[in-house]
Design a binder for this molecule. Sequence first.
Ligand SMILES: [Cu+2]
Length: 282
Amino acid sequence: MRRQTFFSSRLGWPISTRNVDRVVVFTSSTTLPSSSTTSFTRPGDISRVVMKSLFFFVVAAAAYITSAVAHYTFPNLIVNDEVTGDWKYVRRTNNWQSRIPVKGVTGPEFRCFNTEINEPSETVTVSAGSTLGFKAEQSLYHAGVINIYMAKAPGNVADWDGDGEVWFKVYELPAITDGGNSMRFPAQGIDRVTFTIPPNLPDGEYLVRLENIALHLAETYGGTESFISCGQVKVVNGGNGEPGPKVAFPGAYSGYEPGVLINIYPPYPASYEMPGPDVWTG
Ligand SMILES: [Cu+2]
């Protein structure tokens, strides 16, 4: 679809967030009408075929552009309100160039999304009780939710991949419902999220993992699109808390959770249930 890029500066095509990926699927499996194989009998046929071709072209171009705009990574940790460098303290993700999200919630990419790169980042020292966060390249396009988990490395976090039932939740930004009248997504449209590192978190080196689960296609199993990042931190000035409950990634979600396999369009669900365990606030 590279030939459509020149459209990007000129085409402002109003396309709903829900349709973006449907259109991509649609165009990739649809053969554009070819005028060379069409015989014209009346003048009206020509303009009809031209219009039809133009329609497909515009739809394909809009899908290409919107898909590029719709997707992003979270390459930065925010440490004490300061945005740190791209991929400095965050492990570079498989999609750092393509921006293509993780489909579904059960694959190996759903942990740190760095299965093709497998390289540690640097580790930044942070104080328990201070503010930590992630920043995306752009505002989050799709309707979705955010969870942040942490996991304590047995030694140096740079040497550790986060295996096992080790992840506890430290932050969540769910959808807001009101008994079926509406559904809102506070995570949509923002470009960063911060949370307080639990003050009683024991000292040590940790992976901190953000998942932004987009739900615009979530009414079919495996339809979610997730944007994931894992940062490396060394926690100091901590306490004697016992974080939990702990889960594994992948493994924490089956994909059938009511907050994952969900239709976010009217008629709206009466309530929204975040996937994963409760937040441990320490
Ligand atoms: Cu998308």
